[in-house]
Design a protein around this ligand. Structure first.
Ligand code: PCA
Length: 189
């Protein structure tokens, strides 16, 4: 099996939560999963800046794939995301205080871009581990979607494939299940 490089990102805490299970789960992963060597990156919950940091690390690392992970507080399943949307719209500001109401991520970009990793197979692999999962058709319109859309646009027509997985709160799904889900998803890439 060919050795492959994965850039995997999680987010710092935001809103009313003082921990973000996306980073806690990413940080707990081993350095190697199957054929994948992982580089882990913790991102700020800021429109634009999270994607700029991830893109600059990816430019230096030249990974085969970028897998971003975030918290979806209202969900009780692990949800790989099928699509990134060209919209910023949320009732809460980002961690830099920026509030967005229907703004584009990129005024010149397409309305939406499909994920370029096999999100359906990743969803099935998570379910096969006994962890609740569902393929999601919206990553929301906050910073997670901003990151997904920006990276999909940045690496469109390049060999670098991109996807995003939302995990629930730790009081909804134990962190150990989110860690198992991410491991299964990476093995399914
Ligand atoms: N979840 C937020 C942003 C950071 C995170 O972990 C979201 O779903 O947009």
């Amino acid at each position: 099996m060919d050795a492959k490089t994965l850039l995997i990102t999680g987010f710092e805490p935001f809103g009313t939560e003082d921990r973000n299970p996306s980073w806690e789960a990413v940080n707990a992963l081993p350095a190697q999963i199957g054929q994948w060597t992982l580089t882990k990156l913790r991102l700020p919950v800021e429109y634009g800046r999270a994607a700029a940091i991830a893109a600059s690390v990816a430019d230096a690392l030249r990974p085969d794939a970028v897998l971003c992970v975030g918290l979806a507080a209202g969900r009780n399943e692990v949800t790989p995301e099928a699509v990134g949307l060209n919209m910023r719209d949320a009732s809460i500001a980002d961690n830099a205080g920026l509030l967005c109401a229907g703004d584009p991520v990129d005024p010149n970009g397409p309305a939406a871009i499909f994920s370029t990793l096999p999100v359906r197979a990743m969803t099935e692999a998570i379910k096969a581990q006994g962890v609740p999962a569902r393929l999601s058709y919206t990553a929301g319109t906050y910073v997670c979607n901003d990151l997904l859309y920006s990276l999909l646009l940045r690496f469109l027509d390049t060999p670098v494939r991109v996807a995003f997985i939302h995990v629930p709160l730790e009081r909804t799904l134990p962190l150990s299940d989110s860690i198992r889900a991410l491991t299964a998803a990476i093995e399914a890439i």
